[in-house]
Write a protein that binds this ligand. Structure first.
Ligand code: GLU
Length: 509
């Protein structure tokens, strides 16, 4: 294979959707695997849909996920500029080339005229069968065309598509896709109104000039592929046509159809990599980063939506993904966006993380919940984290699981009180307090056997005593092993909570 050069070519029309992130990822994996280049091209020729901040958002999201760019607006490179709005001369020149070769023509039809044509002919399409009845450089006399241009009339340039051709698109996932040129319309390639090309022209001119070897993009672009093939031919570039790869759609987690932002809102998961603040409406859409996902968990999750390594391996580092990735194992069928699986990936990556590192991530969460972390050593926070981390999917879940290590309960779960707080409980726990006070090594391994021996000796109900004890210390009947909790809290704190509980808890009638 000659040099692999791929491009991710987003349009800055809003936040990058998670499907776009997967496209970028697959391009990146493919490029790295083949020692090729990853290009980031900003396709901003649709001035109507341009959204400020979207380009920065794309850069930030890719950087967060560890998807590195070799050539791009910020990185530079031999085939720049990499932003289409800065390549107007190039597109003007290429539009001219097609006009001169008779492969394109100038059309003057106004929006009202197009509207009238659509109203008059059902399923109207601007193509070989209708173009001679419209106002363009093929149907009008040459002097009339010249007059209109001299007058500064607005026009578009359309691609002249001839019917009767079978257009072949060779897609490395889907195989050969053949479509008849008759169904294509004479697509607009350039608009004089803003002196900008449309997506179709700019996209393929740039793929050619940037020496793109593989066009890897979402399935929604498959319908434009035949047109792109014809454009490559019209320019005389057929022998350097890139290979096409149209990735399977991301589908709703439940039911049929394409994943949409509404599914995320409805089922409670982000569809954007980073939080997005819409500059117009002020609306905020949640992001994976802000929701507490680790970037690599997101990468790993997305990598497996449409591809598999050929076996059951699920947890793979970026390097492993680069090594194993293969278009042969990409599926044609859409991939259900199983967001619960995304949580599982995050859970798994958090478990593999060093406790001390996790503790550092937990600190801001503690502070946000009103805990002054200066009062706790890093070692203390780390031990608390190690005791509860098995139960978390996100760093923020640590608060729910470990809060009692940082603040004494201010209330006691009613249903647990009802179940475990018996008339004899206060007297029993008062005895327990005395026992705990008398132990030589409170945090040592001897505490548990001593307490259990005392319960057995007195013939108390083990479950009731231990759960009532837990209730005073934790505030509810949950959490890790009781004696791990008390060892970390220490004798003074444990006794203070035990005594406060005895005083404050009164069972409901
Ligand atoms: N600018 C298009 C987009 O927004 C690019 C599609 C393609 O990769 O050709 O996705």
């Amino acid at each position: 294979m000659s040099e692999v050069r791929v491009r991710f070519a987003p349009s800055p029309t809003g936040p990058l959707h998670i499907g776009g992130v997967r496209t970028a990822l697959y391009n990146y994996l493919f490029a790295r695997q083949h020692g090729g280049k990853m290009i980031l091209r900003i396709e901003d020729t649709d001035s109507q849909r341009f959204v400020p901040g979207a380009e920065d958002y794309i850069n930030e999201a890719l950087a967060w996920l560890g998807i590195e760019i070799d050539e791009g607006v910020r990185e530079g490179g031999p085939y720049g500029p990499y932003k289409q709005s800065e390549r107007r001369d190039i597109y003007r020149e290429h539009t001219r080339m097609l006009l001169d070769a008779g492969k394109a023509y100038i059309a003057f039809d106004t929006p009202a005229e197009l509207e009238a044509a659509r109203a008059a002919t059902p399923n109207f399409q601007y193509d070989a069968s209708t173009r001679m009845s419209m106002r363009n450089s093929l149907s009008l006399p040459a002097d009339e065309v010249k007059r209109l241009l001299d007058e500064g009339a607005q026009y578009v340039v359309r691609f002249r598509i001839e019917p009767g051709r079978n257009v072949e698109v060779n897609d490395l996932i889907r195989g050969k896709v053949v479509i008849k040129s008759d169904i294509l319309d004479d697509k607009v390639l350039y608009k004089s109104a803003d002196d900008l090309p449309t997506y179709h022209l700019a996209n393929i001119v740039d793929d050619h000039l940037m020496k793109v070897s593989h066009v890897i993009r979402g399935e929604e672009w498959l319908p434009s592929a035949p047109l792109h093939v014809l454009l490559y031919e019209a320019f005389g570039w057929a022998d350097t046509m890139p290979a096409f790869v149209h990735l399977p759609l991301l589908l709703k987690p439940d039911g049929k159809g394409k994943l949409s932002k509404r599914d995320g809102d409805r089922l409670g998961f982000p569809v954007f990599p980073l939080e997005w603040h819409d500059p117009k409406s002020g609306d905020i859409s949640s992001g994976y980063r802000e929701s507490g996902y680790l970037p690599h968990a997101v990468v790993n999750f997305l990598a497996l939506l449409g591809w598999n390594p050929g076996d059951d391996t699920e947890i793979m580092s970026m390097d492993e993904l680069i090594q194993k990735f293969s278009l042969d194992h990409c599926s044609k069928a859409g991939a259900k966006f199983a967001f619960e699986k995304g949580k599982w990936f995050n859970h798994t990556y958090l478990q593999a993380m060093d406790d001390a590192e996790l503790a550092m991530l937990f600190k801001p969460v503690l502070e946000a919940n009103g805990v002054n972390t200066a009062n706790f050593s890093d070692e203390y926070i780390t031990r608390a984290v190690s005791l509860v981390k098995g139960r978390i999917n996100f760093v923020k879940d640590l608060w729910d699981q470990a809060r009692f290590f940082f603040t004494a309960p201010d209330s006691y779960a009613e249903k647990d009180v009802k179940k475990r707080w018996k008339p004899e409980t206060p007297a029993q726990l008062t005895e327990l307090a005395a026992l705990l006070e008398s132990l030589d090594d409170f945090a040592g391994a001897g505490t548990e056997p001593a307490v259990l021996a005392w319960i057995a000796d007195k013939g108390y109900h083990l479950g009731n005593v231990m759960n009532a004890f837990r209730l005073t210390v934790v505030g509810e009947c949950k959490g890790p092993h009781m004696f791990d909790i008390t060892a970390l809290l220490g004798r003074d704190e444990t006794l203070a909570r035990l005594r406060a509980g005895i005083e404050r808890i009164t069972p409901a009638e």
